[in-house]
Design a protein around this ligand. Structure first.
Ligand code: ATP
Ligand code: MG
Length: 560
């Protein structure tokens, strides 16, 4: 990795200063610690790129840890998807794969240590009582009547909690800190609760489970994490994490640094909302290409390179902000622009008959797959014949002034092909245009018109007899408003009913017939497309639109 290309951000600055001061003789250790209760999304990708990127650039390591302290919502399916997604993004945790659940025994021993030091107590109050006596931002909390139990009594009760002598929810272990602290997190937070729930990793071994706040910092310390990088909402928890670490005589302790989480317009990024969409069938699954999940973006056709580049472009800051979805789409376009071949695909076909081109004759045109740099991707053959398909909306019977495509009496160039003139439109009994009768200028197969007349833009087309039928799935924003989660109402009320349009009758040029699942193309004048890895089978070709060429919404918005 060469110095100048290293992304700068305030976290790397901190690390640079620490290294200059001789800290971290054993290297930099970061971690990505998801709770396996859902699929990862683009916000997680930001965190993954940050943590694994720092480890890579500083010659350190990054752990992948399942923060699985909550037995109810966690699932093996999620664990596998998380591993797959991190790998797909291009990162490798090597042997450093961990589970917070593997530290349950150690955490339990540390809890006993706190009890013996008089720093934790068993509270018999109900969850509601504990909540109600916590106080407010302006008023201190009320100490529990059980707060002054002796260490011996607490130890006995805590062991019996573990042994399963008490019903669920009847007792908790609390840290004994300060019920008047201005930081509510320090008002004797709960460390353990009783919960008879099977855990995906520890089975029925435990009936008490540690709270996230008790498990998280200690897990980092156990693994020798040097920098616990997390999102801003944990800033107010840091004094609690530090307090816990202070009680335990640990040789090394992590430094927590908070950064702003990624928010994106026109989507939701909370796992609760995402799982609601999946559960209610608003989308086809966790990998629905409309979701901001990594599985969804992958299925849509995004590349890991584009997502990593996006993470660089948004940077890492200390203040919350919302990133425009368009920045993500622009990044994807920039990535695909230089790496995918071009081809022609007519989305909504309109039949064109070239009256001065003989029936049965075929003329073969050679065209570069990557016109900006033809040697890069070679050439393909495009057959031209009497009957063609063009795009329905490339013809207008009564065109406005600036319409540079086909209309009666007007000419247009066929991309890589000749100039044609529309002589007349054939209509069905309902008055709908079903066919155009055209003539071509034979001199223009390989050059401009001899008489120097100007021709407007080129339109894409395919030869009807040679075309390959394909299905196109056009994805749009999942929501109609920039922030569907705002306002406290039902975010699902803002779902975009037009977020998926399926075109079953599209026609592509023959070269596209060789597409393999997972291939990408730019269908000229339309967008970037991805041959769906699951639905392309039995000779059927299904393409997901990754992103249109330009943002059509912006155009609509500009028009007012
Ligand atoms: P949710 O709030 O939707 O439940 P989470 O933050 O609880 O998500 P975790 O599995 O705990 O999900 O997240 C794992 C890591 O990813 C955490 O370190 C968290 O800070 C980070 N992360 C989660 N969401 C974002 C985001 N939108 N932007 C950046 N980092 C994120
Ligand atoms: Mg979390």
């Amino acid at each position: 990795m060469s110095e100048p290309t290293r992304p700068r951000n305030f976290i790397r600055q901190i690390i640079d200063e620490e290294l200059a001061a001789g800290k971290h003789p054993d290297g930099i250790v970061t971690r990505f610690p998801p709770e396996p209760n859902g699929y990862l999304h683009i916000g997680h990708a930001k965190s993954i790129c940050l943590n694994f990127g720092i480890a890579r650039d500083y010659g350190g390591r990054c752990h992948l840890r399942m923060d699985d302290t909550n037995p109810t919502k966690e699932d093996q399916e999620y664990i596998e998807s998380i591993q797959q997604d991190v790998r797909w993004l291009g990162f490798d945790w090597g042997p450093h794969y961990y589970h917070a659940a593997d530290y349950f025994e150690r955490l339990y021993e540390w809890a006993e240590l706190l009890i013996r030091k008089g720093k934790a107590y068993v509270d018999d109050q109900t969850a509601e009582q504990i909540r109600d006596t916590r106080g407010t931002l302006t008023e201190p909390g009320t100490p529990s009547p059980y707060r002054d139990r002796t260490p011996e009594e607490n130890l006995d009760l805590f062991r019996r909690m573990r042994a399963g002598e008490f019903p669920d929810g009847s007792r908790v272990l609390r840290a004994k800190i300060d019920m008047a602290s201005p930081n509510l997190n320090l008002r004797d937070p709960v460390m353990y609760r009783i919960r008879r729930e099977r855990h995906h990793r520890t089975g029925d071994r435990w009936v008490i489970y540690p709270m996230y706040d008790w498990a998280h910092g200690q897990s980092d310390a156990i693994e020798g994490i040097t920098h616990s990088i997390c999102t801003l909402e944990f800033e107010a928890h840091r004094p609690l994490y530090d307090w816990f670490l202070d009680q335990l005589d640990l040789p090394r302790r992590p430094r927590q640094i908070e950064f702003a989480r990624l928010n994106l317009t026109y989507t939701v990024m909370s796992k609760r909302m995402l799982s609601e969409l999946v559960r209610d069938g608003a989308v086809a699954g966790w990998d629905d290409p409309r979701l901001p999940t990594i599985a969804g973006l992958r299925r849509r056709g995004y590349t890991p390179e584009a997502i990593r580049e996006f993470a660089e472009r948004i940077g890492v800051a200390k203040a919350d902000s919302t990133v425009d979805l368009e920045l993500l789409e622009t990044t994807v376009r920039d990535d695909l622009n230089s790496r995918v071949p071009r081809a022609m695909c007519v989305h909504r076909p309109l039949r064109v008959v070239i009256e001065n081109f003989p029936e049965g004759e075929v003329r073969t045109i050679e065209a570069p797959n990557f016109p900006d740099d033809p040697p890069k991707m070679g050439h393909r053959q495009i057959p031209f014949s009497r009957v063609l398909w063009i795009e329905e909306d490339d013809f207008l019977e009564q065109p406005p002034k600036k319409f540079l495509r086909l209309s009666p009496g007007r000419e247009v160039r066929l991309r890589w092909g000749p100039v044609i003139r529309c002589d007349r439109a054939v209509k069905d009994p309902g008055g709908r245009v079903v066919e155009l009768r055209c003539t071509l200028d034979p001199d223009t197969f390989s050059g401009p018109p001899r008489d120097g007349r100007k021709i407007g833009n080129a339109i894409h087309w395919v030869s009807a007899a040679h075309a390959v039928p394909v299905t196109l799935r056009l994805y749009d924003r999942l929501f109609t408003v920039p922030n569907p989660a705002a306002g406290g109402g039902d975010f699902k009320a803002h779902l975009n009913p037009a977020s998926l349009e399926t075109l079953a009758g599209a026609q592509a040029e023959p070269a596209v017939g060789a597409a393999r699942p997972g291939d990408r193309y730019q269908f000229e004048r339309r967008g970037y497309y991805f041959a769906d890895p699951q639905d392309c089978r039995d000779g059927r070709l299904v393409f997901n639109r990754i992103v249109p060429l330009r943002d059509s919404w912006a155009k609509i918005a500009a028009k007012g």
